[in-house]
Every structure is written in C-alpha cells, then in structure tokens.
Ligand binder design. Structure first.
Ligand code: NAD
Length: 475
C-alpha cells in the first residue's frame, strides 16, 4: 500500500524553481535539433533500463505487467516518436498572410518558451502522464517542475534522477517537488504555466490560483465515459470493449467506460456476454504477463466504490461481483445491472472497477442521459451503421468520442486530447499540445519603402480617409 511522502517546504520549492529558471536560460539556447537529440537520447537511456522502470511502476501501482508495458511504456514511445518527428514542423516560425494593403510588409509567428512549466499529476499513470507532458514542455524550450501525486512519487523521483544522470540536460532542467496539495500550491506560485491532471474539484483550485497570477492553465480532469449501444451494435466486440474499457488499470482511468447504455432489443444478450467476459478475467498471478487485473492503486478509492455499490443496491440494481476486502484494500470487479439515472454510479465518476449497465428504448434517449452529467471527457457509440454512428457521435458532449472503440485517443496523439464541460480546459497532444508550451510572438516587418510613412499615419485628410476606406473595402 502506498503511503504519502513528506511535503517539501515552501523555501525548498522556491529554491528548486530558481534553479529551474537558471537551467531554462541555458536550455533555451539549444537549437530545436539539439533538444530533439537530447530527448531521444534520454528516452534511449530509459529504454536501456526498461526492466527496472517497468518493475518500479508495477511495484508502485500493482498494475499488471502487460498494462505497465503497453499502457505506460509503449504508449509513451508512440507519443515521444510523434512529438520528436513533428517538433520542427510545429515549432518553426510560421509565415502568415497579410491583407494586400500591407503588401510591403511581412508577418510571421515565433514560438517562444514560456519558462518554467509546472506539471501537476495524479496517481493512476505515474509514468505515462508525467513523461508525456514533460517531453513537449522540454521540446518547446521550457524547464519542468513535476509535482506528482503524493501517493506515487517513486516513479517521478526515478525520472528526475535518470534525467540528471543522463547528462543530456542542463542541471535542474527537470525537477520533482514532492508533497500533497500544499506543495502543488507552492509550485503554482513560481511557475509560468501549469498543466494540471487530476480531479475536477482540485482543477478548480488550480485554475483559481493560476487566474490570480495570470499564468496559462490547462486542465485535464475527471470523466464519465458513456458507451452507447444501438440495436445493431457488434455485441461481441462491444462486450469485450466494455470489460477492458472498464477494468483495465482496475477502472482507474479518466477515459474508462463507466456506463453502458444499451438498446433494449439487445440488452439481455449484451448482459449475458458481459457476465461471461467478467468471469474470464484473471486476477493473477501477480507480476506475470498473463495477469489481467491489478488492485486499487489508492486505498481511499475503496470508499467511493463502496458508496456507489451500496447506493446502487439500495436503489434496486442487481450487482455482480464487487466483494470488498477492506483488509487488503481490494474489491472484485463489479457490474451494476439495471442501473437507473438517479444512482450515484450513473452520475458521479467512480474511478474504480465498477461498470453500470442500463437499458434504453432509443439511442436518442441514451444521448440525453450521456449528456446530462457535468463531465464531458470520453464517450463512445456502437453500431454497424457507421454513418448513423458518426451522426450520433457528433451529438455527444465529450472531447474524446469513438465509434466502436474505447480508450484509444491518448495513444493516437496527433489528435487533441481533453474534455468539454467539467472535464477540462485546453487540450494536450495534437499540434496545439506542443504549441501551448510557448508564447506566440507575432512579428511584422515593414520591408519597403524604407523612408516613406504609411498612408494611415498623420496627417489625416478627407480625401486620404476616403481612399483608405475604398482600399480597405477592396482588400
Ligand atoms: P487529485 O485532484 O486529488 O490530485 C491531483 C494532483 O493535484 C496531485 O498531485 C495532488 O497532490 C495535487 N493537488 C491537490 N490539491 C492541490 C492544490 N490545491 N493545488 C495544486 N495541486 C494540488 O486527483 P487524483 O486523485 O490524483 O487523480 C484522479 C483524478 O484524475 C480522477 O478524477 C481522474 O479522472 C483524473 N484524471 C484525468 C486525466 C485526464 O487526462 N483528463 C488523466 C488521469 C486522471
């Protein structure tokens, strides 16, 4: 079981921030090619110790080794490759067109590093999230202060240590601040930008602190993935997707499927398939490649799971699984059949191994239920009619929508990743996920004639004003 670390003092955080600022002053003078080379070199160094890193992630989280390998490490490799291959295209100066009235001038946008970027991260993906946010921040020329969850600091400290030991970065470019929310709040006093990943409740506090200092703030928050099944849904794939989409990482995924809204014509068939898939999940042997299920990373999450299951039972649901073992902070995967919109499991993020299933009369009814909540991170539509499915998908109020698929967006990193409504502000990944770590500096160069004033400068006059209006109208 993880125990929280001691929180760093304010003075220590300030000292780290000032070292980061100094290191950034050096790093910003590296060319982009040098930065790309350094980051690739760092990744190669991590790869040489992949076994050690994988074991550490497994130890810290208890997640199955298969998930450590492909969800934490292989997904990071995909993102690193995408970012390093595209960095030049995205971060190079971009020429922009001007109205022909300004044909004697030239304009372009420069991408200037922000300075010290704070990454505040949760406990569910202790390597993937910090590493994949660190890479674009560094490519853009910033220093990084990572404040990992107080429940999973070992992987973060390992990253800091390997970054220092690799010799690819100026001393202090990548630093970790450990501690709880107080340490996070201290980091915010020094950063020039924050990318926060965590709960919606904390996101609001981070946004308020960033607003106070007027620093940019990107928020990646909680979700409530509704999976909508039409009557022509491919049921075999859908049942497997629901079980993987819910119980991978023990349900502790922001994009994880939380609710299935199933057309009544296929509800019984889908539920029967779910039970078969559920029974086939293998909880062990721990640490072996065949293990499907890990435990809860954070014991406190058990309280939410228990509260949601009790509430569902009280309100008449049939619950399969969900046996709680308090002593070991464990719970068996649970499916809540005959769920109703008023149940907690349908309204609040569970972020644990509990899947709610509800029958609906029409897909349109499912869309209303899916859009009713305040979350808007991920959702999916399941139908063999891809055209209709795309239409329904367009009606979902979620940032990450899939048709006949789940949990794929993060690794498809050319796509912007983030949520609508209470699930976030801004997007990581995609081109903007790299550019957001820069100030955009707009530059205009007057080229010719070098001596003459522009016609809209003083002195004004009736004829000149008319000619200018006419030219502007023509432009
Ligand atoms: P959390 O909000 O409790 O904590 C997140 C981080 O914020 C931690 O490092 C914590 O120490 C820090 N923190 C707490 N108070 C702070 C404050 N006042 N100022 C600055 N930092 C503060 O979240 P959690 O329990 O670690 O993570 C689970 C949540 O994260 C879930 O809601 C999940 O959906 C969400 N999540 C979202 C994404 C995404 O990409 N949208 C990804 C993973 C997890």
């Amino acid at each position: 079981m993880n125990i929280p670390v001691k929180t760093m003092h304010a003075a220590e955080v300030a000292e780290r921030a000032s070292r980061a600022r100094e290191a950034q002053g050096v790093w910003t003078r590296y060319s982009l090619t040098q930065r790309v080379r350094a980051i690739r070199g760092f990744w190669d160094a991590l790869q040489r110790e992949r076994g050690r890193l994988a074991a550490l992630i497994h130890e810290e989280t208890g997640k199955p080794m298969a998930e450590v390998e492909f969800m934490e490490l292989d997904a990071a490799a995909l993102i690193l490759k995408h970012l390093t291959r595209n960095a030049h295209r995205v971060l190079q100066e971009q020429a922009v067109p001007l109205p022909w009235l300004m044909l004697n001038k030239r304009a372009y946008v420069r991408y200037v590093p922000r300075g010290v970027v704070a990454l505040i991260t949760p406990w569910n993906m202790p390597f993937l999230i910090p590493f994949c946010d660190m890479v674009p921040a560094l490519l853009a020329g910033n220093a990084v202060i990572l404040k990992p969850s107080e429940w999973t600091t070992r992987v973060a400290l390992y990253l800091e240590d390997r970054a220092r030991a690799s010799g690819f970065f100026p001393e202090g470019l990548v630093q970790v601040v450990v501690g709880d929310g107080e340490a996070g709040a201290e980091v915010l006093k020094h950063a020039d930008m924050v990318l926060f990943t965590g709960s919606t409740a904390t996101g609001r506090k981070v946004a308020a602190a960033a607003g106070e200092r007027l620093i940019p703030c990107v928020l990646e928050l909680g979700g409530k993935h509704a999976m909508i099944l039409a009557k022509d849904a491919p049921l075999e794939r859908a049942a497997k997707a629901a079980v993987w989409g819910r119980f991978a990482n023990s349900g502790q995924l922001c994009v994880g499927v939380e609710v299935c809204l199933v057309h009544e014509a296929v509800y019984a068939d889908f539920c029967a398939r779910l039970e078969v898939e559920l029974a086939a999940l293998r909880p062990g042997p721990a640490g072996e490649p065949e293990q499907d299920l890990g435990g809860l990373i954070l014991a406190a999450q058990l309280d939410v799971v228990e509260r949601h299951l009790e509430d569902a039972r009280e309100k008449g649901a049939r619950v399969v699984g969900g046996e709680v073992d308090r002593a070991n902070a464990a719970v068996t995967p649970a499916v809540v059949f005959e769920a109703k919109p008023e149940m907690l499991v349908m309204r609040e993020e569970t972020f644990g191994p509990v899947l709610a299933v509800m029958a609906v009369r029409r897909v349109e009814e499912a869309l209303v239920i899916a859009n009713a909540g305040r979350h808007g991170l991920a959702a999916s539509v399941w139908s063999r009619d891809l055209e209709r499915a795309a239409e329904w998908a367009s009606l979902l109020e979620a940032g990450l929508v899939s048709v006949n698929d789940v949990l794929i967006h993060y690794a498809a990193c050319a796509l912007p990743f983030g949520g609508m409504k209470d699930s976030g502000v801004g997007r990581r990944h995609g081109d903007q996920g790299l550019r957001m770590f820069c100030e955009e500096q707009s530059i205009v160069v007057h080229e010719w004639p070098s001596q003459l004033p522009d016609p809209w400068w003083f002195p004004y006059g009736r004829l000149k004003t008319r000619i200018l209006s006419w030219l502007a109208w023509l432009t």
